[in-house]
Every structure is written in structure tokens, then in C-alpha cells.
Design a protein around this ligand. Structure first.
Ligand code: DAH
Length: 341
């Protein structure tokens, strides 16, 4: 019986020390110490012993039970420590690794150009004015001295909301001149950027929606010289010092006299190239002295006050600045395009 216990001791300790997970240790506990376990089976044979041998064997059996239990506890502690260490290792955070970059968006290139223009005008004491895109024909045309038969009023050119042609999507930011004159006290120095709408087919240079920036100054004694000086300054800030400008006579119903402002092509210096379509000059904006009829229509006495105004296309400006060749790229908002700025 002693031998049986000795071989049980050896076998059980070996098995316990070789087990590699808590479940198998638990199974070993049942196998050796359980009610139907191997130690119990040995103890069942106690009956065959002499009364003298029994207590000795009983003590040995208790000792063996204790040894096996201790071995189990020890192995369990070792295993759970190893499991914890493994877990800590696999979940470890390497604080020295570089962080994962979170992509951050940025302003649309066209709005970068707009911000630049706003800064230039704010620096000269101008106010930024916002106004409606859904406009009355009265403001978009009539109060700007655009008569009934004017082609820009045509239903094929303009988005009208009502059969009577009273409400429309503004075709230009010029109605903001009227809004400013009606709501502000004099003198006025303002620019009004915003969306405008025309029934244009989409191509590389046209879109039914685009952006304009209107500008206007009304004060006593304002002349064409102020217009030229101010716009020359703006052009130099946008295109660089020494940019050559040309004020070319033109016609707009709401300004008199009217002009268009060209800059000498910055690419070829005026010789003619693809950028300026061989012209040597690039048209930048329309401008002029606010028509006396427009002034008086807004309750301003043209004998006391005068003013100048301009309107320019924002997309065209951004395209020039960033060398963008197709207008559609500005509106498609393809990140592969936008990421380049
Ligand atoms: N509104 C004109 C257009 O869309 C541009 C323009 C020309 C605006 C002359 C003005 C101006 O303020 O004085 O073509």
C-alpha cells in the first residue's frame, strides 16, 4: 500500500506540474482526490491492514492528500500568473510609437481666395455684406436701370420662380448695391460676395451657379480716380506689385461711365500665350461710376453724392491663382483635387 501511495505521489505531481491550463488541473484534482479518485481507491483497501498499520497508513494518506493539494494550488498560481503576463504583454501599449494621423480637412481653395480678397478690403475700411440669393426682379434688374427689354431678363437666361417674372435667382451680386444703399447710412464702403445663377450649360468655363464679389463706395466727391486707384491697389495685392492694368471702356446699365479692368498677362508679360488666349491681357472685372438714376432710385441725391462699383467673378480669380484649367473641378469637390491645395 505504501508503494501504491508512492507511485500515486509521483504520477500525480508529475501530471500536475505538466498541466498547462486551469481546466486540466481541476480534472486532475477529481482524478486523484475525488470521491471516485485514485487516493480514495487506495484508502478503500485500508480494511486489509492490521489495526497497527491503519493509523500509520491513514496519516500517510492524509499527507499525500495535502501534498497533492499543495501541488495543485502552486501550479494554479504559476499558471494564472503566466496567463496574466501573457495578457499584459499582448495588450501592451508602446507609448514610443508615432500616433496615427487623423486627416483634417481644410478650406476650399476658392474660399482661400475669397478670404484673401476680404482681408484686402477690410484693410481698406470696407464692410462685408451678405444678401438674398432669391431676389426680386426689381432689385436684380429694375432698380439697377436694366430696362424691360434687356436680354439678361430673358426667360432662357434667368431662373424665375413665378409666372409674372417677379421673383428669381439673382443673376449677379449687383442687387446688393441697392440693398446696401437702402439699408445703410452714408458713406458706404462695402463688398458683397455670394452665389449667382444663370441658365448656362456646364462646361470648362460655365456653370449655372457661380460666385461674384460686388464692391461699392458711396460718398461725397468720389470720382473715377478713386475707382482706379483702389482697384489698382487690389490688383497689386492679388497679383503682385507692378502688375500692369488697363481700364477699357465698356457698357453696364447701372454704371456711367463703365469700364472693364484687364491685367497684363502674368504668364507671358503681354506677348500672348494660352493663359491669356493670345490676347496679352486677362479680363478681371466690370466696374464704373454708379449711375445717377440708380442713386436717386435708392433715395440718394446724385448731385451731392457719387460712387463707384465693381463686380468680379470669384471662380475665375481662383482658377487664375491656382492654375486650375477646368471650372467643374471647383464644384465637384473631389478630394483628390482638393487635397492639392
Ligand atoms: N454685374 C455685372 C455682371 O454680372 C458686373 C458688374 C459690372 C458689376 C459693373 C458692377 C459694375 O458693380 O459696376 O456682369
Amino acid at each position: 500500500m505504501k508503494e501504491l501511495m508512492q507511485s500515486l505521489r509521483e504520477a500525480s505531481i508529475k501530471a500536475i506540474n505538466e498541466s498547462d491550463n486551469p481546466e486540466s488541473i481541476e480534472a486532475l484534482r477529481v482524478k486523484y482526490l475525488g470521491k471516485k479518485g485514485e487516493l480514495t481507491a487506495i484508502l478503500r483497501q485500508m480494511g486489509k491492514l492490521t489495526p497497527e498499520e491503519r493509523p500509520v497508513m491513514g496519516q500517510l494518506a492524509n499527507q499525500l492528500r495535502e501534498e497533492i493539494e499543495q501541488a495543485i494550488d502552486l501550479r494554479k498560481t504559476i499558471l494564472s500568473k503566466a496567463i496574466l503576463e501573457k495578457q499584459l504583454e499582448s495588450e501592451a501599449v508602446d507609448v514610443t510609437l508615432p500616433g496615427r494621423e487623423q486627416p483634417v480637412g481644410h478650406k476650399h481653395p476658392m474660399y482661400n481666395v475669397l478670404d484673401q480678397i476680404k482681408d484686402i478690403f477690410i484693410g481698406m475700411g470696407f464692410e462685408i455684406v451678405d444678401g438674398p440669393e432669391v431676389e426680386l426682379a426689381d432689385y436684380n434688374f429694375t432698380k439697377l436701370n436694366i430696362d424691360e427689354g434687356h436680354p439678361s431678363r430673358d426667360w432662357t437666361d434667368t431662373f424665375y420662380f413665378t409666372e409674372d417674372g417677379r421673383i428669381l435667382l439673382r443673376t449677379q451680386t449687383s442687387p446688393m448695391q441697392v440693398h446696401a444703399m437702402e439699408t445703410r447710412s452714408l458713406p458706404i464702403r462695402m463688398i458683397a460676395p455670394g452665389r449667382v445663377y444663370r441658365k448656362d450649360e456646364v462646361d470648362a468655363t460655365h456653370s449655372p451657379m457661380f460666385h461674384q464679389i460686388e464692391g461699392m463706395v458711396i460718398d461725397k466727391g468720389v470720382t473715377m480716380a478713386d475707382l482706379k486707384a483702389t482697384l489698382n491697389l487690389v490688383v497689386e495685392k492679388i497679383y503682385g506689385k507692378g502688375t500692369v492694368t488697363r481700364f477699357r471702356p465698356h457698357h453696364f446699365p447701372f454704371t456711367e461711365p463703365s469700364c472693364e479692368l484687364d491685367i497684363q498677362c502674368h504668364k507671358c508679360g503681354g506677348k500672348g500665350c494660352p493663359t491669356c488666349k493670345g490676347e496679352g491681357w486677362i479680363e478681371v472685372l466690370g466696374a464704373g461710376m454708379v449711375h445717377p438714376k440708380v442713386l436717386s432710385g435708392c433715395g440718394i441725391d446724385p448731385d451731392v453724392y457719387s460712387g463707384w462699383a465693381f463686380g468680379m467673378g470669384l471662380e475665375r480669380l481662383a482658377m487664375g491663382e491656382y492654375k486650375i484649367t477646368d471650372l467643374r473641378l471647383i464644384f465637384e469637390n473631389d478630394v483628390r483635387f482638393l487635397e492639392q491645395f
